[in-house]
Write a protein that binds this ligand. Structure first.
Ligand code: PSV
Ligand code: MN
Ligand code: MN
Length: 388
């Protein structure tokens, strides 16, 4: 291993990435959901698959739940089951986007009874968190309107505040709320939490336990996401990432697949802003594997995050700061690009082996026969939840 790599290994060892339970279920588009052989038939099997990713990579010790997709009778038992598998239960995601009641909004609905129904759903999510030991409640809302004039944008912000405050007040001392933003879809004219500024304004009005969740796929093309990361870290309000990548809209593709350089730039700001290995900033994936196998899809994803984190940690900060102070434009850019272009795959492979992990987790999984085994054993997998 190179000396430069040796110097960052201790930091690298701290990396923890939370996997979404829904990444292991069948998913698709509004055109078709393709069934994938070996898809989990139960919440337990989704957790077992997440644990498999962790066994091959050492990177994914937690799995996020989505309620009601991951409903079970006994969440404490589920917590024990996860622990036996070698992972913890992480963030609990609420879902107010699949009921007829929420056609015109949930936490922002003009009818107080509907808002209360959506609030009650979040109370149930907090009950789940109490049983699973989860810290974070993640809220993404499909709320919005399709036509100018359809709803009162301003009142909906006020109702949103009231609803979030009621949910916030129910959180335990060690629990948090993270509010995710997305610029459009399913609403096409206005979305009630469209951008980081709105999320920041809403969570700031609640208190310290409310933070922003940044999903990398939820921005307009050309948005400088690393700038948002820097700003939220500066403000102490970046609670979590949903990592994925996009070519067009909210594609939920493998993180780092579409634009590895963007992932690198984001991780440079995370390291710069003290967000790396900082428990206050949760690294999560939010992905769906429509056509590829799900376990290797997740293995590839966490490895991509690890690889770009390594390159970000290798950035020569001192030299960069010097060049920046000297206004050495091209010199500074070269230092930055040198880190991005560093091939760290050999060092990472060697380091993994030194920790008892496979040098190449993708190859090791493919050779293990695990995929064939679950394909034979599991018949009739459940959907991830979209459209279910
Ligand atoms: C919908 O856009 C979404 O993809 C959000 O990113 C959520 O995090 C995810 O679904 C799960 O609810
Ligand atoms: Mn997301
Ligand atoms: Mn999304």
């Amino acid at each position: 291993m190179s000396d430069r790599f040796d110097a960052i290994v201790a930091e690298l060892a701290k990396q923890k990435i939370e996997l979404p339970s829904w990444a292991f279920g069948n998913s698709g588009t509004r055109f078709k959901v393709f069934g994938t052989p070996g898809t989990p038939r139960s919440v337990e099997e989704k957790i077992a698959d997440a644990a498999t990713v962790h066994r091959y990579t050492g990177l994914a010790p937690a799995v996020a739940l989505h309620i009601p997709w991951d409903t079970v009778d006994d969440y404490s038992a589920l917590r024990d089951y996860a622990a036996e598998q070698g992972v913890a239960l992480g963030t609990v995601n609420s879902n107010t986007f699949q009921d007829d009641t929420y056609k015109f909004g949930s936490l922002t609905h003009s009818d107080p009874d509907v808002r209360q129904q959506a609030i009650d759903h979040h109370f149930r999510c907090i009950d789940v968190m109490n049983a699973t030991g989860s810290r974070d409640l993640k809220i993404w809302l499909a709320d919005g309107t399709n036509y100018p004039g359809q709803g009162d944008i301003r009142s909906r912000q006020d109702w949103l505040h009231e609803s979030l405050q009621t949910i916030y007040d129910r959180l335990g001392d060690d629990q948090r709320m993270v509010l995710e933003y997305k610029f459009f879809e399913p609403a096409f004219y206005h979305t009630d939490v469209p951008d980081w500024g709105t999320s920041y304004a809403q969570v700031s009005a609640l208190g310290d336990k409310a933070m922003v969740c940044l999903d990398t796929g939820h921005h307009a093309p050309g948005t400088n996401i690393e700038f948002i990361v820097a700003q939220l870290l500066r403000l102490g309000k970046l609670g979590s990432f949903d990592f994925n990548s996009r070519f067009y809209a909210d594609d939920d593709l493998i993180v780092g697949a579409a634009d590895p350089f963007q992932l690198f730039r984001i991780l440079v700001e995370v390291v710069r802003g003290g967000g790396y290995a900082n428990p206050d900033v949760a690294f999560m994936l939010d992905q769906c594997h429509n056509v590829e196998d799900k376990i290797p899809g997740q293995i590839r994803s966490v490895l991509n995050v690890q690889e770009m984190t390594t390159r970000a940690l290798l950035l020569d900060r001192e030299a960069l700061t010097r060049a920046q102070h000297e206004h050495d434009v091209l010199g500074a850019n070269e230092i930055f690009m040198d880190a991005f272009y560093t091939d760290v795959r050999g060092d990472l492979a060697e380091w993994r082996e030194s920790r008892g992990l496979p040098a190449n987790p993708m190859a090791a999984y493919a050779a293990s026969g695990h995929q064939q085994r679950i394909e034979n054993e599991r018949v009739g997998g459940t959907q991830a939840g979209w459209g279910a």
